[in-house]
Design a protein around this ligand. Sequence first.
Ligand code: DON
Length: 312
Amino acid sequence: MAIMTTTSSHTFLPVLERIAEEIGHTPGRGRPADYIPALAARDPRSFGMAVAELDGTVYGVGEWREPFSTQSITKVFTLALDLAREGDELWEHVGREPSGNPFNSLVQLEYENGIPRNPFINAGALVVTDRLQTRTEDAAGQLLDFLRAESGNPALDFDHEVAASETAFGDRNAALAHFMASYGNIDNDVTVLLDQYFRQCSVAASCADLALATGFLARHGIRADGTRLLTRSQAKQVNAVMLTCGTYDAAGDFAYRVGLPGKSGVGGGIIAVVPGRCTLCVWSPGLDERGNSVAGVAALDRFTTLTGLSVF
Ligand code: DON
């Protein structure tokens, strides 16, 4: 597998090389998401993995520079952008407990009066995007600006084909948004909110871009340019919710195997944070039945096993 680097200080490169070789020999990679037809065409054998150090050094193996559909990974960034603006008031509108249910589940919402369990299931992410939209009038644009700035990649953009594909098959997200609106937990017109949310999910970015963009969570809230986005305490909160809720009904198994705050997306990407040390992003489009990348989880599992780095 080709190995490319961008700078000379690459502490974990030998570990990444070993993981890429092991993954290359592993059969069974799951299946790409097909409920969004534009995602179904990706090759499940694609694999890339990048590490970003706190100073912005980034390196990787495999297809670490290949853009893929970020999908639910963006929920971390919209959460941080909204939390930075409104602080604890957000938690009156979305909880922070694991749901134990699939990412697109409707069942808890009625029992819990339209307050979603956490910001990483779709219902919770819709609430966060709605609140960011109210505060900025362009939630998806704010997200894109943030990702471009943190990754240093001004070419990052929405994938309009993916957004259109998801809009065409968006009945479940529309149901979630309307249901929460009936409880008064959505401010904006649902059509406007869904447009923002689907564009948010459609952003295409590489492992290198996303590992860099996640850096503020390893730097306790400090952005790439040295300014503060989140308080140290808020950065801890986001990392904690990633650990407990970032991989949906597989969050317990992810914490057990990987032991890091992580967030997956149905495009096959997963970001992970080693607070105070580095960030990671891995991508492989084949998913397990809970919507997490099979090779991605395996690669992060190997990373923490081989390096001994975890939050435990
Ligand atoms: O809302 C959806 O269905 C997608 N756009 C995002 C889902 C997603 O990535 C869930 N993650 N595993």
